[in-house]
Design a protein around this ligand. Structure first.
Ligand code: HSE
Length: 429
């Protein structure tokens, strides 16, 4: 084994960074044996050096992250700060000074992954980010390496623990959205400002990363259609139950049937209780991958938290260190298919639509005609009438999202349709 240590710099020492430090310092012998050389934590860049951080050597702390990545003797930089800038500049500077980078930064990778990969190649170093998607769950490496010889057609996942916790509470207790969000906040799952989670930005960034790797193309967060879960009601959940379904916030990346483009979207959807994703409870994550030769694969586990995220970071660190020792780099970006991302209107799926209508002769026929005019085929209709009004639940066969939108727009113009109470896609069948 080489005795000269590989030097590691850590950018950020919050919940994840502290766990990374703990593992590097307490598991040093095992890590050295697995890598083939010891690793030395050479510096930790933080904003507040005086904050108490148990188990973090105070003498390693610095507020000058730029100087740390510019030292020139750092082999691997671990970035767990998050956000776009100054992190993008720090990572680029690390590459320029010969360091590989391990990052947990989904926002940056989903916004500018292509440029960062290009910079890593230019400087002959690695860029790894297993921790950026679904915490501890191995996903990036299986997609990039284990499935490199297969053809992935679909990635369907629960990649945000906060929203899964909220929907699980709504499902198991009958609570409304606000009540479930309050519980998620009280238990520390939801942030004080839960926007990134509940509006789907966090999941959209992860979907962009997964779609790019799965389909060997480039997908950014701006390519991902996104709908939050703030409008999901207890009535939607009850309606899903009546259909033998549950509601989950899903990230869905698909190769379109003609093979000429892909789609990526994040939105709440009904899935059958028989689908493996339906049983993913509380704040857990799970990703279902459909590949041509492998068939259906399910990846499940904790998608957030200090130790689980640190596990993914350490896996990347070991890989990057092994590559450094071998003077090589691992699998980088593969975007050769150059498949474009189609808009949401091109997505084909099933829909569950709840309408409030007048309960009088001919209304059902009128509504059915609107669906037919837009080439949307109805699978089932359920009606419940009360005092001259009725609630009508229509479930369609698979149809184009653009056709469904046009159907709903026409339905809204009918005098007999008092309102469109909810529209939800039905997935996983
Ligand atoms: N806030 C995310 C979640 C974890 O709730 O899953 C970090 O991506």
């Amino acid at each position: 084994m080489r005795t000269r240590p590989l030097k590691v710099a850590l950018l950020g020492c919050g919940v994840v960074g502290s766990e990374v430090t703990r593992i590097i310092t307490t598991q040093s012998d095992d890590l050295a044996a697995r890598i083939g050389a010891p690793i030395e934590l050479a510096g930790i860049a933080v904003r507040r050096p005086n904050r108490v951080r148990e188990g973090v050597p105070a003498e390693l702390l610095t507020t000058d992250a730029t100087a740390l990545v510019k030292r020139g003797d750092i082999d691997v930089v671990i970035e767990v700060i998050g956000g776009i800038e100054p992190v993008r500049t720090l990572i680029t500077t690390a590459f320029e000074h010969g360091a590989s980078v391990v990052s947990a930064n989904k926002a940056l990778l989903a916004a500018d992954g292509a440029n960062l990969h290009a910079k890593a190649v230019e400087h002959g170093v690695d860029l790894y980010y297993e921790a950026a998607v679904a915490g501890a769950i191995p996903l990036i490496r299986p997609l990039r390496e284990s499935l490199a010889g297969d053809k992935v057609n679909r990635v369907l996942g629960i990649v945000n623990g906060t929203t899964n916790f909220i929907l699980d509470k709504m499902d198991s207790t009958g609570a409304g959205y606000s009540e479930a969000l309050d519980e998620a906040t009280a238990l520390g799952y939801a942030e004080a400002d839960p926007t990134a989670d509940v509006e789907g930005f966090d999941a959209a960034a992860k979907a962009a990363i997964l779609a790019g790797i799965a389909f060997h193309t480039r997908v950014t967060i701006d390519d991902v259609h996104r709908e939050g879960l703030t409008e999901v009601t207890a009535a939607d959940i009850a309606s899903a139950k009546k259909m033998g379904c549950t509601v989950k916030m899903l990230a869905i990346c698909e190769r379109r049937p003609d093979g000429r483009s892909v789609t990526a979207r994040v939105h709440p959807a009904m899935i059958p209780l028989s689908h493996p994703l339906a049983s993913v409870r509380e704040a857990y994550n799970a990703v279902f991958v459909e590949a041509e030769a492998a068939g259906r694969l399910m990846f499940y586990g904790p998608g957030a938290g200090g130790a689980p995220t640190a596990s993914a970071v350490l896996g990347d660190l070991v890989a990057a260190c092994r590559n450094k020792l071998a003077a090589t780099t691992g699998a980088g970006e593969s975007a050769y298919t150059q498949l474009p991302v189609s808009p949401m209107g091109d997505v084909v799926t099933r829909y569950h639509i709840s309408l409030d209508v007048a309960d009088k002769p001919g209304v059902l026929a009128q509504v059915a005609t609107v669906f037919a005019e837009h080439d949307v085929s109805i699978d089932t209709v359920r009606q419940q009438g009360k005092d001259g009004e009725a609630s009508l639940v229509v479930v369609t066969h698979r149809a184009l999202d653009s056709a469904l939108s046009a159907t709903v727009a026409s339905l809204r113009t009918l005098d007999t349709v008092r309102g469109v109470a909810s529209i939800m896609r039905v997935e996983g069948e």
